[in-house]
Design a protein around this ligand. Structure first.
Ligand SMILES: NC(=O)c1ccc[n+]([C@@H]2O[C@H](COP(=O)([O-])OP(=O)(O)OC[C@H]3O[C@@H](n4cnc5c(N)ncnc54)[C@H](OP(=O)(O)O)[C@@H]3O)[C@@H](O)[C@H]2O)c1
Length: 280
């Protein structure tokens, strides 16, 4: 496994296993399998409703807690100082651990300034090693940085060959915030896995297009997160540490950037409404 250094000296694995949308009854098996094939970083969130099952899997794996990088995220309905502390402690209880490696504000909605003050205090107390945000555009990120003591270690945002986030990446670099990628496969929509540019590069390295996508992130210095409930795909997705893409190939992949998410628009009032309505 490769790692990237965060602005507080901690390190984050180049590839994490995500558990979004994995049903509770399937989560323990999936996480146990992921740990078995070599993943050492699990990306979770309160709103995935499977923290307890992730905790069960880690316990059953008998892998030492300090070998696993564990992330969770505070949901919108838990925004605000007091509610964030309470929700964080509930996440620890569910995950059956006494600290997190990374705790993020999941969405830039609700009283996330109160949440961020809570995250800073939790970090000072040693209950979480690194803190950050998710789905923050550059304007919101800069505002947060300019109005707080601690620069977030991570901003986790959607990043796929269709939505490459080059401008946001430059701002994050400038601020010293690690850009972490979610949803790299865009759930395979719009024939992403059959895109001719990706297929040509995949053939050159005798790799699959999902492997090219995950390697493309790492070669842009972006740690990625991927999800699969299939062991064969878990193995395939982690088998990306024996080759590197050239700058020319990264430039070629830039041609398929559409500059917008194939899924959601955080500036859409309906998105703000929908995310505020989900109560965890
Ligand atoms: N911060 C946020 O707001 C946010 C939002 C979304 C996601 N995330 C995090 O990012 C993680 C990854 O994103 P994601 O779960 O949305 O999607 P993803 O990893 O981009 O894609 C998952 C989909 O791709 C399929 N897949 C995986 N590997 C494949 C392969 N090698 N070949 C073909 N198909 C493959 C999976 O199907 P099978 O399971 O059937 O293999 C699944 O349908 C999440 O689990 C979560 O931890 C964060």
């Amino acid at each position: 496994m490769e790692y990237f250094k965060l602005n507080n000296g901690e390190k984050i694995p180049a590839l994490s296993f995500g558990v979004y949308e994995i049903k509770q009854r399937k989560t323990k098996k999936a996480v146990l399998e992921a740990l078995k094939v070599g993943y050492r970083s699990i990306d979770n969130a309160q709103v995935y409703y499977n923290e307890k099952e992730v905790g069960d899997a880690i316990k059953e794996s008998e892998i030492s807690r300090d070998e696993i990088f564990l992330t969770s995220k505070n949901w919108v309905s838990n925004a605000g100082y007091d509610k964030t502390i309470k929700a964080f402690n509930k996440s620890l209880e569910n995950l059956q651990t006494d600290y997190l490696d990374l705790f993020l504000i999941h969405e830039p909605f609700g009283d996330y300034y109160g949440s961020y003050r809570a995250l800073q205090d939790l970090q000072k107390e040693g209950k979480v090693l690194s803190i950050g945000v998710s789905n923050f555009n550059s304007a919101r990120l800069i505002d947060l940085v300019m109005n707080n003591d601690i620069v977030p270690q991570v901003n986790q945002v959607e990043t796929t060959p269709y939505f490459q986030q080059h401008e946001a990446n430059e701002y994050m670099d400038e601020l010293g915030v690690c850009h972490q990628a979610w949803g790299p496969f865009s759930e395979g929509i719009n024939n992403l896995f059959k895109n001719p540019i990706l297929v040509e590069i995949a053939e050159k390295y005798s790799k699959s297009t999902p492997q090219i996508i995950l390697r493309w992130l790492i070669d842009r210095d972006i740690p990625g997160i991927c999800r699969s409930v299939k062991k064969k795909r878990m193995l395939e997705n982690i088998d990306i540490f024996d080759f590197e893409l050239s700058n020319k190939e990264i430039k070629k992949i830039k041609e398929i950037d559409t500059g917008k998410s194939p899924f959601m628009d955080f500036d859409d009032p309906d998105t703000a409404k929908e995310l505020n309505e989900e109560i965890v």
